[in-house]
Write a protein that binds this ligand. Sequence first.
Ligand code: HEM
Ligand SMILES: [Ca+2]
Length: 690
Amino acid sequence: SREKRQISQAVIRAYLKQALAEANQELAHMKAIDKMMVDQGVDAPAGSRSYSWHLGRFLYTKDEKMVRILSDKAWVTVRTTKKLVERTGWTLAEVQANPYIVNEWRLQVAASCPFMEPKCNVYTRYRTADGSCNNLMDPSLGAALTRQRRMMDNAYEDGIDAPRMHSVLGGYLPSPRVISNVMHKSDCCPQFSDRLAVAVMQFGQFIEHDVISTPMITGYEGADIQCCDTPPHVTAQRAACLPIAIPPNDERFKINCMNFVRATPGLKKNCDMGIRSPLNQASAYLDSSQIYGTDTKEQHRLRSGFGGLMNITVLGLLPATSNDHCIKEMNGDYCMDSGDFRVNHVPGLTVMHTIFVREHNRLATTLSLLNVHWDDETIFQETRKIINAVQQHLVYNELLPTILNHEYMTRYGLYSKAQGCEDVYDMNVQTDIMMGFSGAAMRFPHTRIPNVQAMVDKQFSRRMDAHIFDTFDKPKFILQNMGQALNDFARWLTTFPQMKDDRFVESGVRDFLFMDESGRSFDLISLNIQRAREQGIPPYNEWRKLCGLPPANYFYAGHGGLVDHTPDVVHLLSTVYKHCDDIDLFTGGLTETPLPGSPIGPVFSCIIATQFANLKQGDRFWYERDAPITGFTPAQVDQIKKTKLSLIMCKNLDFPFIQSQALLLPSKQNPRVRCDSMPEIDLDFWKVSA
Ligand code: HEM
Ligand SMILES: [Ca+2]
């Protein structure tokens, strides 16, 4: 075995100094190239419309200045770490454990760290805006602008930040587009679910935006980096670029390159040494940050400033943002504002955001009448707390049962108790978002995305179908006829079936994602696969092991092989991958045979169930907790548990009736009921004497 080289303190000091200087130089060089690329007309300056504009908006840096400070520093720490490992010849663990290095690092790197542990007030009843101080032992855990979490060793090729690009047998991994074409192409006939409504997909995306927002690296002053429009030797100099190779004779893409920019690296607490991991701009907790934002400044922007109300227009629509996040095509179009900038993404998503803001204002109005002595702040915070509790209840009792089967729901303790409080809080649970969840497993609903966004009238007939690629970031669809279109999209969401859960992904996002006027577009599945490789997320077999499932040794559907795949899928996998250890998590997971009563197989079930169990057990503000100061009373919890998504739709849309399970299609078991017959939350339980 290897003998560790001894190095003196003075030499270590010199190594670190030099490594740091080099890393800073590289950063400066990168920035110079970024500027040059804008000057030469390659990168699209912020605000202009390149073909990757939509993608840039989707993976936008919410707080440009702050994110840049954090990511520049993160980049320097990662590069410096890498150089130290190379120079000392030690392992990363040895470098990190060396007291001289740790000491020098503190002096040279961490001295001016922009990321310090927040100070907490233990006695507040309400969540912070950014999710900090939820865990009092580890106050930044799960907070906005911290890193996503690894569950095991990374799969970077250098162990530090180089994307996973090679097969275990040598040579390159197959291009993500080749995998997408062979494994995920929807062949002929779109297939629909016989049980689930489109609302499952749309509510899922809305919820996912509460917990994850990974920004991608931007160029000079927020420019969209273009990795396909420069000669390879220039592109290779740009550390942010990892363009996707398109195979010859691709049926859709005629250019051999799809733009792809790496995710923004996140900074470790105290600027510690370490490997690269992506930033999460959202708070990891299910705290409704997609509605209320992730800092107090943002909250104030979204609030009206009186009566605890959120800003909303006279038509009951989301307010305008000064940020140009959307495409305005009609007179009077404006871009809508919310806690998450992806709100204008597709009309269905805007529907979800809008009904929750309307519900906030409905409850706040009642609360202010019941407690006339409450000021704006108290009404706002108390309403936010109720809306968040309702949202948590809907996620665990309506959404998750459409993703996980009864066995997983039970084994991971995900159902809420029918009535009353329950305290499962454990401050040792890690609540930050696992990269296997954000980078692969929770993206499985991309198979649920239909090619259209549709409007359905009061007689339940479809009155308009728009190609999904025509609707991206266009608020005009919602703003039509005084916002009435909102009802029509909501009717579509709740009465039409979503796509079947299978390995096939519709062309709307697999071929035509974000198509612009010149016809250029993306493949969402290629992005998913490349994203995981770029983030050093371990491949499929590693996650199988982590989940206690046997990994595959051969392309064979029996014992010792891919035991959760059918023989025909195994055959297809063997035509793209050289070795089972190469299989990307997204593809390996999405092609597993679904478990009974579930749309997905065991590996995604394990990852998704683990993440949601963590978000439940590790949340000090979990809605069922009967905790002093932060908790609700048992009677209040019972009121919250009466709420269904269907009720929120009834109260905030022009619906006289709806099926009681809004995510499931109306049926004999799920009949339509009159809205005025639905039990609703009784806010009298929130009345307090002055
Ligand atoms: C309108 C339909 C949807 C579109 C067009 C869409 C598009 C996208 C795009 C462009 C990305 C970024 C890809 C990249 O890494 O470069 C993404 C990421 C993601 N999507 Fe979707 N998506 C949709 C629906 C959904 C749904 C229904 C879910 C889950 C319920 C979902 C889960 C995710 C997750 C977890 C990520 C990673 C987010 C992050 O790290 O910030 N998506 N999606
Ligand atoms: Ca959140």
